[in-house]
Design a protein around this ligand. Structure first.
Ligand code: UT7
Length: 325
């Protein structure tokens, strides 16, 4: 039976030039390189310049993804941009990307699922393609979390950074088996009962400001371990694949201990987990495509590989996608 599959034909990423090391943060708040590396695996983060907006990061990553796919902006039917740090309250940051890449037709919008945003955006775009409503999609995760940091709160300001990543999806066909190239399955979840364990302390409708990020870290950590395990199991069961079939895990980069723990639970070698958190910290919706890009650039991910992407974030939201490269 012939089925439509969304094939990832190009990937791009962008990190702002300015790097802030753990040592530099230790001069501002009561922390240390030893604590940050030991508890999270983070060594540095990139911070956007004052005049550099989420859309600027998104446009740079998108241009690179388009070039990698050999596709013009005008050939894109839909842009789905995941962010929690949009340039403006309205319109969607995706609209600015649409204009910048010369896409005069089709449609563009933002989704907000915080750190799971890229997986949510990927699933939304995949559904448009499989429903026949789009042939080509640009999926972006872009954030400037530095703008919602309380730089005096050591429990959060050391954890996050700015960045963007993007992929091009193109309609292809398969025979409906796990050997097909493209997105094999995606699974999304949320549980709003925990909306207050990771959130901002403001918002347009409540305080008329964006607010600062607040997190009950230990609680989020516990949920992450449980929810990621269950959604990975769900994705494997949906395809009849097993953890042994996975060539690479491309996880949301929130904490190296979560990444190591998840791989261990499934008996997957740590060598198969793409880790970039040391270089750019937690970039929320940008972290999965940033990690993906690094593993494509250094040749680890190759045609035919089975790639598991997963993420968990505020909402709570979590999700996973299995992709045959
Ligand atoms: O991306 C969305 C999803 N986010 C996550 O998945 C994040 C999940 N949570 C985590 O990754 C971890 O909970 C954190 C990295 C946020 C914190 O690590 P932890 O091992 O859970 O530490 P903790 O919050 O239990 O704090 C331990 C101690 C506390 O001191 P006391 O009470 O034991 O004296 C904190 O005050 O570490 C202290 N602490 C720090 N010390 C030095 C907290 N932040 C810092 C810091 N430097 N930056």
């Amino acid at each position: 039976m012939s089925v439509v599959r969304s094939i990832i034909s190009g990937c791009g990423s962008y990190l702002p030039e300015r790097i802030v090391t753990n040592e530099e943060l230790a001069e501002r708040v009561d922390t240390s390189d030893e604590w940050i590396v030991g508890r999270t695996g983070i060594r540095q983060r990139h911070i956007a310049a004052d005049d550099e907006l989420t859309s600027d990061l998104a446009i740079r990553a998108s241009q690179e993804a388009l070039a990698a796919a050999g596709v013009e902006g005008a050939e894109i039917d839909v842009i789905v941009l995941a962010t929690s740090t949009p340039d403006q309250t309205m319109p969607a940051t995706a609209a600015k990307v649409q204009a910048a890449i010369g896409m005069d037709d089709g449609f563009a919008f933002d989704v907000q699922a915080v750190c799971s945003g890229f997986i949510f955006a990927l699933a939304v775009a995949d559904n448009f393609i499989r429903a026949g409503q789009a042939e080509r999609a640009l999926v972006i995760g872009a954030e400037t979390f530095s703008r919602i940091m309380d730089w005096e709160d050591r429990s959060t300001c050391v954890l996050f950074g700015d960045g963007a990543g993007a992929v091009i999806l193109e309609a292809g066909s398969g025979d409906g088996t796990p050997a097909d190239r493209g997105i094999l399955t995606s699974h999304l979840h949320s549980d709003g009962r925990h909306h207050d364990i990771l959130c901002t302390d403001g918002g347009v409708s409540s305080t008329r400001t964006a607010g600062f990020l607040r997190m009950r870290g230990r609680e989020v950590f516990r949920h992450a371990v449980t929810n990621l395990s269950s959604v990975i199991t769900e994705a494997l069961e949906a395809t009849g694949l097993t953890a042994e079939d996975i060539d690479w895990i491309v996880p949301h980069q929130a904490n190296k201990r979560i990444l190591d723990g998840t791989a261990k639970k499934f008996g997957i070698s740590p060598d198969k987990v793409i880790i970039t958190i040391d270089k750019h910290a937690n970039t929320s919706a940008a972290s999965v495509p940033l990690a993906l890009k690094s593993a494509l650039d250094d040749g680890r991910i190759k045609r035919g590989d089975l790639v598991l992407m997963e993420a968990m974030g505020a909402g709570l939201t979590w999700g996973a996608a299995l992709v045959r490269w």
